[in-house]
Design a protein around this ligand. Structure first.
Ligand code: SAH
Ligand code: SF4
Length: 347
């Protein structure tokens, strides 16, 4: 017997196909999608506008997955951190950040990360596995039961473009009018710079893109972000220029400031030059320290000078305060339940 299909792994067209393969009317897919995402149905018996026969038949071939948060921690600034444990024991974290009328949910796309950026706690754990589309959207479904979610950023654990197929599927569910109904303006994918996948993402869906640049020379970027050895700065910046942005939207350039490493005015100068022909806004993220990592946070003076240099040259800059620092929910501090392995392949 075939394993049952998790309905939350289907985009709407995929669900239509699944149902029509069973000789069902296609419009049933829209009804089911609305039950799953707009009414948060957890069982087929909740779906009262489907006939009893259809519900019974669905029970035979499909199931509805669900996630419940194992722990919710609330930081002093209102940041909420959720731990989600899957049936195989793996776990990821999501963080809800309230800010100026928005509630931004930072979701995870993988358990661990293969990119091994030197400054990132998630990166010190190897990739354990990709999340399914269902596991990605279920983070949103679960958090929405606790608090409203207005924006989604793929900035939790993992490199979303390294799990592209499932991330695209999840985005389609997030954006679908019959699904989670997020506007394309409110969904952002953050990448460390997987160039071919950036183009593929842009072809598949309309979303905002954030690129973790973090260094202004190949020499430094090679060292702190090994992915740069495959896609160096010039290649990455060309992919940014080529990324299809609707209207007047901008690419977010993320820049983690590492004290004494990439936080000088020379860096700011080079950064400005690198991104000048990309519609951009810059997100400065002061490094969040974590145990076992040699990097240090930048001084406030370095942050202010860097920020001012860019602002004075008409760049839109936001310096992120480290939200949720007291509950280890800030950028680069997420680790789910991962257990530290030896970095034997990265001496
Ligand atoms: N893998 C994706 C998305 C997750 S990381 C990416 O790298 O873009 C989200 C952001 O957190 C990235 O911009 C990353 O550079 C940043 N980050 C990682 N570790 C950090 C740390 N310790 N302090 C501050 N920012 C960090
Ligand atoms: Fe992975 Fe992003 Fe962390 Fe790099 S910064 S290790 S790509 S999660």
């Amino acid at each position: 017997m075939n394993a049952k299909a998790d309905l939350k792994n289907f985009t709407l067209p995929e669900l239509e196909q699944f149902l029509s393969g069973q000789g069902k009317e296609r419009f049933r897919a829209t009804q089911i999608f609305k039950w799953l995402y707009q009414k948060d149905a957890r069982t087929f018996s909740d779906m009262t506008n489907l006939s009893k026969d259809l519900r019974c038949e669905l029970e035979e071939t499909a199931f509805i997955s669900n996630l419940d948060a194992t722990t919710v921690e609330v930081g002093r600034d209102g940041t909420r951190k959720y731990l989600f444990t899957f049936s195989d024991g793996e776990a990821v974290e999501s963080v809800l950040i309230p800010d100026e009328g928005r509630n931004t949910l930072c979701i995870s796309s993988q358990v661990g990360c293969a990119m091994q950026c030197e400054f990132c706690l998630t990166g010190t754990f190897k990739l354990s596995r990709n999340l399914t589309a269902a596991e990605i959207v279920n983070q949103v479904c679960a958090v929405r039961r606790d608090a409203p979610v207005t924006n989604i950023v793929f900035m939790g654990m993992g490199e979303p473009l390294h799990n592209l197929e499932n991330v695209i599927r999840a985005i389609r569910i997030l954006l679908d009018d019959n699904g989670l109904q997020f506007s394309t303006r409110r969904v952002t994918v953050s990448t460390s710079g997987l160039v071919p996948e950036m183009a593929e993402l842009g072809r598949a869906v309309t979303v905002n893109l954030a690129v973790s640049l973090n260094a202004t020379t190949d020499e430094l970027r090679n060292r702190i972000m090994p992915i740069n050895r495959r896609y160096p700065l010039a290649t990455l910046l060309k992919a940014c220029r080529d990324f299809p942005l609707p209207g007047r939207r901008k690419i977010t350039i993320e820049y983690v400031m590492l004290g004494g490493v990439n936080d000088s005015l020379d860096d700011a100068k080079r950064l400005l030059r690198l991104i000048s022909d990309i519609p951009n806004k810059v997100n400065l993220i002061p490094f969040n320290e974590h145990e076992g990592c040699e990097f240090r946070a930048p001084t406030q003076a370095a942050i202010d000078a860097f920020h001012k240099y860019l602002i004075d040259r008409h760049v839109t800059v936001i310096t992120r305060d480290s939200r949720g620092g007291d509950i280890s929910a800030a950028c680069g501090q997420l680790k789910g339940k991962l257990v530290k392995q030896n970095r034997s392949d990265h001496p």
